[in-house]
Design a protein around this ligand. Sequence first.
Ligand SMILES: Cc1cc2nc3c(=O)[nH]c(=O)nc-3n(C[C@H](O)[C@H](O)[C@H](O)COP(=O)(O)O)c2cc1C
Length: 178
Amino acid sequence: MIILVGYVSIEGQSKKIAETIAAQIEKGGDRAVLFNVVTGAEYGVDHPEAVILCAPIHAGRYPAPFVDFVERERDWLKSVPSAFVSVSLFIRSEFAEEREEAMHFPDALMAQTGWTPGMVHHAAGALRYTEYDFFKRWMAKRLAEREGAPTDVKQIHEFTDWPALEGFTKQFLAAAKA
Ligand SMILES: Cc1cc2nc3c(=O)[nH]c(=O)nc-3n(C[C@H](O)[C@H](O)[C@H](O)COP(=O)(O)O)c2cc1C
């Protein structure tokens, strides 16, 4: 089976997540077409039979080019088994309201684009303080203070639950082939 693994990533974590999914797909004997939805070239030539899209939340929303891509490709996305991985920090917040908010981030995307993925996975992202510029570091630290995440700006903090992601991918592949 050929599976498109499309992603958009501002700081690199969603890319890492997409790469991990693609590697797992290939390891299992299927073919993964890794695709950056912002910069990627034509993917139609590969005729993917299923799709997994990954996108991060920044300042309460998914990046506009990602939303544009989903809108543009809605008909095709609806025609194959599809899944969405929503990457955020709120999903690992110590506060229930923020975790709840994160659970609903995909709702706005679905309402706006008309795409309803068959499966949705929520992955906690990362705080790459050492790679941010001054302003972004300040914003990220404020976000972390607000929700009980680490604030040591001399380190990269990664919160993604890799075994949970692997389980999700396995489940999606089984469903897509059924
Ligand atoms: C400037 C900035 C704003 C962010 N805003 C939010 C937010 O509103 N809600 C949230 O849950 N996570 C937020 N995050 C956390 C990101 O979703 C997390 O860092 C994720 O790993 C980013 O994915 P990427 O590396 O693929 O861009 C923010 C991160 C940064 C750096």
